[in-house]
Write a new protein. Structure first.
Length: 131
């Protein structure tokens, strides 16, 4: 368990650095990982305490990878709290197979192709041309 707690402390340091650098996407991704580790360690109350900040960052990014991570993390958190109905509601928010969410390139992702990126649960990032 010591290594998990050490990973959480390193995650906190990474989030602080990302915040100072203005790297919101990196901060959000790291926060999601740290929340997951807290739930896995049994610190559900600690994860719940941080949930509002994480949810707000994900919403502000409007980015599909972090949005999908949020739905999965929320389901795990709600389930850890004993709320299976709430967990199911979060899981139902995940996009269906074959549906696409467009990536928000202003979220800090670089695209050298000149198009936008679409993400599907069944494929990797694929360039999509804009018209």
């Amino acid at each position: 368990l010591g290594l998990w707690r050490h990973a959480c402390r390193l995650g906190e340091r990474c989030m602080a650095l990302a915040e100072r650098l203005g790297a919101t996407l990196n901060r959000t991704l790291e926060m999601g990982a740290v929340l997951k580790w807290h739930v896995d360690l049994g610190d559900v109350a600690g994860a719940r305490e941080r949930w509002g900040g994480y949810d707000a960052l994900v919403s502000a990014l409007d980015e599909p990878v972090t949005a999908n991570d949020r739905e999965l993390m929320a389901a795990e958190l709600w389930l850890a709290e004993g709320d299976s109905a709430g967990a199911l509601k979060w899981l139902k928010r995940l996009p269906l197979s074959g549906s696409r969410r467009k990536r928000n390139l202003s979220a800090g992702l670089m695209n050298d192709c000149g198009g936008t990126w679409a993400v599907s649960p069944s494929t990797d990032c694929m360039p999509q041309t804009t018209k």
